[in-house]
Write a protein that binds this ligand. Sequence first.
Ligand SMILES: C[S@@+](CC[C@H](N)C(=O)[O-])C[C@H]1O[C@@H](n2cnc3c(N)ncnc32)[C@H](O)[C@@H]1O
Length: 267
Amino acid sequence: MKRIQLFEFEDFNWFPNWLRNCMTNLIVVLQRMMGTPEALASLIAGIVQDTKISRIVDMGSGSGGAMPEVFKILRAKQGLENVELIMTDLYPNKEFIQRFNNTPETGISYYENPVDATNIAAAPEGLKTMVNSFHHMPPKEARKILKSAQENNQPLLIYELGENNIPLLIWWILLPISLTILMVMVLFMTPFVKPLTWKQLVFTYLIPIIPICYAWDGQASLPRIYSFADLDKLLDGLNKENYTWEKGYAKDKKGKKKGTYLMGIPQ
Ligand SMILES: C[S@@+](CC[C@H](N)C(=O)[O-])C[C@H]1O[C@@H](n2cnc3c(N)ncnc32)[C@H](O)[C@@H]1O
């Protein structure tokens, strides 16, 4: 496989939740900047229309990522006004549970109990989405997720903002410069974090733990992403009857590539 199993800070269970939240807050800003919600919404709209499943269960939601925005886009589409979104995570984000579960907006919620994406069968019913979280799964777990979605006849959409398409040696050579770029980007993205807390500010501008951890996790994510060939290896041997797998590039309205996806649909 091209994918390698590097560590990411946010995967350690000793890693403070507030710090993990500050980092996933930044991914929300990044995805808004990159136009991820539109590209994702168009993929999800297609699945919802085809399968008639109107509940989306996002796994590994972090601070919500692109999904709350995707939810708004979907609800504005004709025929999708009743779409529901449940966000879940192995480390549920308490602030976001409060924010989404106390909102007058109906149809969107954050599950309070930890949901392990490797145990799809135990997650609430619906279209499962994994946005920028599948690369956290080592191959054995990743295959278990795909197999479980198929065996439980559950549609699944895996999306990654990045693509693992550069040679590993180049990645190592470029690492010092790419880490620096990401750390500087954090300084500019932070004012757009909502809600902007004192912790986010202090640990970005005074004691820069967030830029350091974010830069490492962001860079380490790239070689951890399953390439298209890796996905084929994961799917190899799975029964193809009554369930189809499709992979490709998510695209915006102008046809510009906006990340990669793997979609599993029961027939
Ligand atoms: C890179 S963040 C992505 C968050 C969000 N989906 C986004 O796009 O901003 C990865 C998330 O996956 C979660 N995660 C890691 N392992 C998980 C697992 N086994 N089950 C569910 N969530 C997991 C982490 O807690 C983290 O919130």
